[in-house]
Write a protein that binds this ligand. Structure first.
Ligand code: FES
Ligand code: FES
Length: 178
């Protein structure tokens, strides 16, 4: 039996009926078409599926879509606004915080939680905050540099780390798989 959910993703509220066992990452990718959230392991190990759920970084392969009922989710697609990159995206670009880019969406969203908690983070705070996210390319130092740079940009621009969006109209209403 399917369950009704209402989830706000990047400021847009969606209503669907989903299988109770459907994972949030598959809801985002397969139902909403937001494929910027990647799947690396499906077993809570790699962190590439990380999204923000009510302001907390969660591994979306470990959350049921039904558990996200009523929640506000931010995915990588929600970072740029009106064609302007978010400071964390600019910083990853400028500081070469990625190579293949597979881990990058999860890295950036985890970084925003770090920056929400530590607006002027030490390298140690950044590295501790990234412990749940794996990167097989960069060696991590450029990611740390990018997060330090993003922190500076956010402070200079007096911006919150996590983008705030005005509520948008409800969309969806379809059953999963329709
Ligand atoms: S896909 Fe979720 S932690 Fe790896
Ligand atoms: S940039 Fe390739 S896994 Fe991180």
């Amino acid at each position: 039996m399917k369950v009704p959910i209402s989830v706000t993703v990047n400021g847009v509220t969606y209503q669907h009926e989903v299988e109770p066992r459907l994972l949030l990452v598959y809801y985002l990718r397969d139902v909403l078409g937001l494929t910027g959230t990647h799947i690396g392991c499906d077993t809570t190990s790699c962190g590439t599926c990380t999204v923000l759920m009510d302001g907390l970084a969660v591994k979306s392969c470990t959350v049921l879509a039904a558990q996200a009922d009523g929640a506000e989710i931010v995915t990588v697609e929600g970072l740029a606004q009106d064609g302007t990159l978010h400071p964390i995206q600019e910083a990853f670009w400028e500081e070469h915080g990625l190579q293949c880019g597979f881990c990058t969406p999860g890295m950036m969203l985890t970084a925003l939680q770090i920056l929400e908690r530590h607006p002027d983070p030490t390298d140690e705070q950044i590295r501790h905050g990234l412990e749940g996210n794996l990167c097989r390319c960069t060696g991590y130092q450029h990611i740390v540099n990018a997060i330090t740079s993003a922190a500076r940009k956010l402070r200079e621009q007096h911006l919150p780390a996590i983008p705030r969006r005005a509520a948008a109209p409800v969309t969806g209403g379809a059953k999963e798989g329709d």
